[in-house]
Design a protein around this ligand. Structure first.
Ligand SMILES: [Zn+2]
Length: 232
């Protein structure tokens, strides 16, 4: 009995510390292991535990695909808006985090020594116009919010993961949702913060994506007044 409990505790501790998936080739596995990476048999992937410095694993992180790593726990934010086309009210979502890393230049003042690193950001943001979202996580989101689809926006002339009207399927552009004051993910008042629901995404790993970020200045108010719900 005691042994079983210990095993479960160990497994849970491992799950909790699991975070970032990395791409390690067979010939590099000893090197990755010596730096502190682990192999996850269930997901068949190498991963970096959350307490490690991600910059030590930079060679195995695909920064061409994504420029943001949002650490667990991260959230999906849910709100409503009026469809610009059919005027019906429709649900819309956005990924959100207040603990993420961005791949960016470390010393911008010194042109000869500009290097890129994963830099920690700790402000709250809703992610906008994502071009890439980790496959497992987008599958989870689409299962629950099928109106969140990869679509072409005429406004910005490219494709991204966007909300679509639940009634007429028209793309509900992120510019209006995130940049317009009072937009669904750009609240200006306590009342508007209360309209937002934050749901923790039940992911085993950190979220990797390529998206815009935005600093609102009222993040404390958003976190204090928004609704919180379980995924279930
Ligand atoms: Zn519509």
């Amino acid at each position: 009995m005691k042994h079983a409990t210990k095993l479960i505790q160990q497994r849970y501790a491992k799950l909790k510390s699991m975070p970032l998936k990395i791409n390690v080739s067979y010939s590099e596995k000893e090197e990755a292991k010596s730096k502190g990476a682990f192999w996850d048999t269930d997901s068949k992937t190498w991963y970096v535990p959350k307490h490690k410095n991600y910059n030590d694993f930079i060679q195995w992180i695909d920064n061409e695909k994504f420029s943001i790593i949002a650490k667990k726990p991260f959230h999906i934010a849910l709100n409503k808006r009026e469809c610009w086309k059919c005027n019906e009210i429709t649900d819309i979502v956005a990924l959100a985090s207040n603990n993420f890393y961005e791949f960016d230049y470390t010393n911008e003042d010194d042109d000869d020594n500009m290097t890129k690193e994963w830099l920690k950001q700790d402000y709250f943001t809703f992610f906008s116009t994502p071009e890439y979202i980790d496959k497992e996580i987008i599958d989870l989101i689409q299962e629950r919010f099928p109106f969140y689809k990869y679509g072409y926006s005429k406004t910005i002339n490219r494709k991204y993961w966007a909300n679509h009207c639940q009634n007429c399927n028209a793309l509900q552009g992120d510019f209006f949702n995130h940049n317009e004051p009072g937009g669904a993910f750009s609240p200006m008042s306590i009342e508007e913060c209360k309209e937002i629901t934050l749901i923790e995404v039940p992911s085993k790993y950190d979220l990797t994506l390529n998206a815009g970020t935005g600093w609102s200045g009222i993040e404390d108010m958003i976190l204090k007044y928004c609704k919180k719900k379980e995924w279930k």
